[in-house]
Write a protein that binds this ligand. Sequence first.
Ligand SMILES: Cc1ncc(COP(=O)(O)O)c(C=O)c1O
Length: 390
Amino acid sequence: MARIYLDHAATTPPDPRVLEAMWPFYTTYWGNPSSIYLEGQEARRALDAARKLAADLLGATPKEIVFTSGGTESDNAAIRGAAHAQRALGRGAHLVTTRIEHHAVLHTVEQLEREGFSATYLPVDADGTVDLAALEAAITAETTVVSVMAANNEVGTLQPIAEAARIVRARNPKTVIHTDAVQAAGSVDITPSALGVDLLSLAGHKLYGPKGVGLLYIKNRTPWQPMFLGGSQEKERRAGTENVAGVVGMATAMKLAWDERDARNAHAAALRDRLLFELPERIPDTVITGPTDPAGRLANNFSCCFRNVEGESVLLALDMADIAASSGSACTTGALEPSHVLTAMGIDSDLAHASLRLTVGASNTGADIDRVLETLPAIVARLRALAGPG
Ligand SMILES: Cc1ncc(COP(=O)(O)O)c(C=O)c1O
């Protein structure tokens, strides 16, 4: 039986059109873009063109784009870079983020706390939407960086970034605003000027592009200092020989995602909505996590918890049934902490342990969803019977 991949929030299969665009930069134009001879200049031209394309898609200028190694680096560089630059300007050392960020943001803010910064972690409501009143109350004259994700990777909640940015600006116009748009990109409008943000993170591999490449948008004149020091690449904002093929792939993937956004969303939402509405009918005691209103979440995201089941067992049983799914959180072996996102949403730890995330993508079909709807109820019923009365 063909395998069914339902974990597009973790990563997406590279689009053949992206691979085709990248290939010449491994085979023919493999020069170093910093070299002055022909081979280098060919690579330079590709890099410049990719930067211009990415900038155009973001309504930005090429100077505002720094290519990175992915979402994690972009998040680290955004927050550390702005926090340290702002502190050097004597503007304060208070950071604000939310309790449901990706660990690339949370661990960066926690590290900065160890380096002497203070931080506020904003609460969210039961749907995972950030509390804007708490945001307003948190901003002081000392607040230098605010980081709120555009869409959550576990439960798909879309955050009111533009409104959050307006609140922050009204309280402290000097605060730098960052959004992690790694999951939102390609699904909703993430034009930085429309959102009102100064810094924005993206990753190629969530957009049917390559892994190991990402982008950080840095609005002109934003106080920010680089994390990587060395050569003068990326206008001295990210040292290191550029990943030319990766950058070309990232920009190509962005272009396809932007052009095909409506069709991709419609396809994903039609499949996802069947999970959202039909699974709870087929499996008793299914608790949908994240907004129950489909418009409030990423078009491809379905997430839920099953009472009286161990989430890991569900994932293993699905894998044996040739369905790739996720618990939504990166539970590493030996660290079976309940998801910080679900906990922040007020879900008790027992229920949070039984979480499932199914994220659909371009290649999924109605038949895939039929198979999930047929397979999953039996898996949950069997595991519940094994667990005994809960
Ligand atoms: C919201 C969010 N931010 C950041 C990242 C990290 O991206 P990368 O794995 O490309 O470093 C991820 C990846 O799962 C994510 O979902």
